[in-house]
Design a protein around this ligand. Structure first.
Ligand code: PGA
Length: 258
């Protein structure tokens, strides 16, 4: 039986690799290695500077993503900004929004909402990151995640729910090797679904994909899918290692088939 929701595995290359030559090599290996994963949406989000090169390498099976986008939709006096329409020239479809590394540099919930609206209005897929800085014993972190979620859920157009993805990324698990346990991830997935259902309805909770990010590797992907029941992953470090990333995509492909 195929899963009702198609898994999404998105690689966030962050500010890597150093050269175009390396970017080409990693991307072509990933493209070849994932071409049979027909039940998974595979996305790579390189630095914008590599998009033109990347657009010539990816085949129909790999989507391109960006790590953020401007909230401004039209060309104009917005120094250092890049609009969705500019990214779309290179085939970019999925945009990461509100990554904790951007939030740490000042991106606010309000900006995340404006960017999400720009992405959804322009027919892109918005991958909105939420996640707590640390966990406390009394469970305050649930309220923190709830507030981040509510900011986007109260403003998302109902007709665009299919193009919204929530990435749960506990900050303490990003780039640290400290993956949240599959049980922690499952608990948070249920919580996110509940917040979605309470805020915009049960039907909506079924449409929005919930993925996990934070030290996802080939060796923990199966368990995070089976026990965590997430609809895929946002992968940082391991997306620069083609074998690791391909193996994570294969795990999602098997999970989708179950
Ligand atoms: P990581 O990063 O996989 O290196 O922990 C995840 C992310 O920041 O999206």
């Amino acid at each position: 039986m195929k899963k009702a929701i198609r898994p999404l595995v998105m690689g966030n290359w962050k500010m890597n690799p150093l050269t175009t030559a390396e970017a080409k090599q990693i991307l072509s290996t990933i493209t070849k290695g994932t071409k049979r994963a027909d039940l998974v949406d595979v996305v790579i989000a390189p630095p914008d500077i590599y998009l033109e090169t990347a657009s010539k390498l990816v085949k129909a099976t790999v989507f391109l993503g960006a790590q953020t986008v401007s909230q401004f939709r039209d060309v104009g006096a917005h120094t250092s900004e890049t609009s969705l329409a500019m990214l779309q020239q290179f085939g970019v479809s999925h945009i990461i929004l509100g990554h904790s590394e951007r939030r740490a540099l000042g991106t606010t919930d309000e900006e995340v909402v404006q960017k999400m609206q720009a992405v959804l209005a322009g027919r892109g897929v918005a991958v909105v990151c939420v996640g707590e800085r640390e966990r406390d014993e009394v469970g305050e972190y649930f309220s923190f995640v709830e507030a981040q979620l509510k900011a986007v859920l109260t403003t998302v157009p109902q007709t665009k729910l299919k193009n919204l993805v929530i990435a749960y990324e506990p900050i303490w698990a990003i780039g640290t090797g400290n993956t949240a346990t599959a049980a922690d991830v499952y608990e948070m997935k249920l919580f996110i679904q509940k917040v979605i259902a309470d805020t915009i309805g049960r039907a909506a909770a079924k449409k929005i994909r919930i993925i996990y990010g934070g030290s996802v590797k080939a060796k923990n992907a199966d368990e995070l899918l089976a026990v965590g029941e997430v609809d895929g992953f946002l992968v940082g470090g391991a997306s620069l290692q083609p074998e690791e990333f391909i193996s994570i995509v294969n795990s999602a492909q098997l999970y989708a088939k179950e």
